[in-house]
Ligand binder design. Structure first.
Ligand SMILES: [Zn+2]
Length: 271
């Protein structure tokens, strides 16, 4: 990913997405917003924060990446594998009015003037772009979503609903908790073993802490994408751990509930 600094504002973009010239997108950091206290400063979710500040934060980051903040659409994320098809009628849902998209962790569209947004504080953001048929999608893949292979499901939906060819689809795996910090106990490991046959390659027993394991979520997501036909060269992995960089990112594992939220945002350009 490429790190952009614009005054106090810092955000990241995927080079492979930027190179197409057909989308505006970013993964936010906690820098460059107006929120205060534990939400300092670029908090992009309402939970607990002053709503005026959250909307101002959207105005700041959307303007920096060339998106109209009124086009933002977000859902309530529940760690499931549902992917909701967004249209222009959904604009403003979540941000400027109540969202009735209450069970989706993934968003997809081929419409312009619509900006998909999903939230993070360690979970893995996965972005998709079919530059040929101009389709975008984005999924929130925490460990539960990764077990349910929501990223692979986004690829299948792009193919089924829009006719995207898998070899054309670009994917981006954003900043999130990496195996250095994603410590779990056996019940989580068991879910992976039960549902993903190659997962053992990405699960590591902690030799210093009894009963603890480390999981490489990004590695599992990348393998599931390759298994459904995404080309390795079309996957860009940020390779940045949110918990290792608390000055730059909100991290649930580092901060607990007293924190703001990061966002992934993507929109097809009007051209
Ligand atoms: Zn880490």
């Amino acid at each position: 990913m490429i790190k952009h600094s614009n005054g106090n504002l810092v955000y990241f973009t995927f080079e492979n997405f930027d190179n197409t010239g057909i989308v505006s997108h970013c993964f936010s950091t906690r820098l460059g917003g107006v929120s205060e206290g534990v939400f300092e400063s670029m908090n992009l979710h309402f939970r607990g924060d002053n709503p005026k500040n959250v909307i101002e934060n959207y105005k700041i980051i959307c303007s920096a990446i060339g998106i109209d903040y009124k086009n933002i659409v977000f859902s309530k994320q529940i760690h499931n594998d549902t992917i909701y098809t967004v249209s222009k009628e959904d604009r403003g849902k979540g941000l400027l009015r109540e969202s009735d998209i209450d069970d989706a962790d993934g968003l997809i569209t081929n419409e312009k003037e619509v900006a998909l947004a999903t939230f993070y504080a360690d979970c893995v953001p996965v972005y998709f772009l079919d530059p040929v048929l101009k389709v975008i999608a984005m999924v929130h893949s925490g460990w539960r979503g990764t077990v349910k292979q929501i990223a692979a499901k986004a690829v299948l939906k792009m193919e089924k609903d829009y006719g995207s060819e898998r070899k054309n689809i670009l994917a981006g795996i954003g900043p999130s908790i990496k195996k250095c910090c994603f410590e779990v106990e056996y019940p989580v490991v068991a879910e992976f073993e039960k549902n993903i046959n190659f997962s053992s390659e990405f699960i590591f027993k902690d030799n210093e802490k009894k009963g603890k394991y480390k999981i490489d979520l990004q590695g599992i997501i990348q393998e599931t994408l390759i298994s459904v036909g995404i080309l390795r060269r079309n996957i860009e992995n940020a390779n940045i751990c949110t918990k290792c960089n608390p000055e730059l990112f909100f991290s649930h594992r580092y901060m607990g509930d007293e924190r703001g939220s990061l966002a992934g945002i993507i929109s097809l350009n009007n051209q």
